[in-house]
Design a protein around this ligand. Structure first.
Ligand SMILES: CC(C)(COP(=O)(O)OP(=O)(O)OC[C@H]1O[C@@H](n2cnc3c(N)ncnc32)[C@H](O)[C@@H]1OP(=O)(O)O)[C@@H](O)C(=O)NCCC(=O)NCCS
Length: 179
C-alpha cells in the first residue's frame, strides 16, 4: 500500500508526517495515526486511533475500533481484537487544581506493555501500567487490572486467570517452540 495524500483522502485516513511505518503495513479507512511507529506487515483495521509515542511491532493485527494511547508498547506478533481500549491515566481529570484545562505538564503517562505473541480479545480494557506476558490471551470484555503472566488465559471483570497454556491454543500439542 502506498499511503500518499490522494489515497489517504479517498479512504479518510490520517497519518501525520511523524509516523514511522514499516514495510507492507496495511491500513484501512478512518484510521488516525500520529507520532507512532508501526512495524513491518502489521495490519490496522478501520476506525483505529494510535497516539504519539506508541510502538507496535511487526506482524501484528490491530482490529477495528481499537484505541491505543500514548505509553503503550506492543511487541511483534500481537493480536488486538475489536474495540480494545488502553488506558494511560488511572485518575484522569479534565482540569488542574487551578481549574484550568489540564496540559501535558499536569499529568504523567503510565506505560503498558504487550509482549510478543499475546492476544487481546474484543472489547477488553487494559488499565494503565500492566504487562501482558508473551503468548497470553485476554478474554473478550475483560478488564485487565494486573500483570498477566506469559502463556496464561485471563477473562472477566476484573480479569482472573482461567488457565495456563503451553502453546497458541493448547490444541496444537508437540513442540512448544514451533512458532
Ligand atoms: C477466554 C477465552 C480465550 C476462552 O478461554 P478458555 O480457557 O478456553 O475458557 P473456556 O471457554 O473453557 O471457559 C472457562 C470459563 O470461563 C468463562 N469465560 C470464557 N470466556 C470468557 C470471557 N471472555 N469473559 C468471561 N468469562 C469467560 C466460561 O463461561 C467458563 O465459565 P464456567 O467455568 O463458569 O462455565 C475466550 O472465551 C475468549 O474470550 N476469547 C477472545 C475472543 C475474541 O475476542 N476474539 C476477537 C476476534 S473475533
Amino acid at each position: 500500500m502506498d499511503f500518499d495524500e490522494t489515497y489517504c483522502q479517498a479512504n479518510f485516513i490520517r497519518i501525520s508526517k511523524d509516523v514511522k511505518l514499516g514495510k507492507n503495513v496495511k491500513i484501512f479507512g478512518f484510521v488516525n495515526l500520529y507520532g507512532c511507529e508501526i512495524g513491518d506487515n502489521t495490519k490496522i483495521g478501520a476506525f483505529v486511533e494510535i497516539q504519539k509515542g506508541v510502538k507496535i511491532g511487526s506482524n501484528c493485527k490491530i482490529s477495528s475500533h481499537t484505541f491505543i494511547c500514548e505509553g503503550v508498547t506492543i511487541e511483534d506478533g500481537v493480536f488486538i481484537g475489536h474495540n480494545v481500549t488502553f488506558i494511560n491515566d488511572l485518575y484522569p481529570r479534565a482540569i488542574n487544581e487551578r481549574g484550568d484545562l489540564q496540559t501535558e505538564k499536569d499529568w504523567k503517562v503510565v506505560p503498558t506493555l504487550v509482549k510478543r505473541g499475546a492476544s487481546i480479545g474484543s472489547s477488553a480494557t487494559i488499565l494503565a501500567g500492566v504487562t501482558i506476558g508473551e503468548y497470553a490471551i485476554v478474554g473478550a470484555g475483560a478488564v485487565v487490572t494486573k500483570d498477566v503472566p506469559p502463556y496464561t488465559i485471563v477473562a472477566g471483570v476484573p480479569a482472573r486467570i482461567l488457565r495456563t497454556i503451553r502453546d497458541f491454543d493448547d490444541e496444537k500439542k508437540g513442540d512448544p517452540n514451533a512458532y
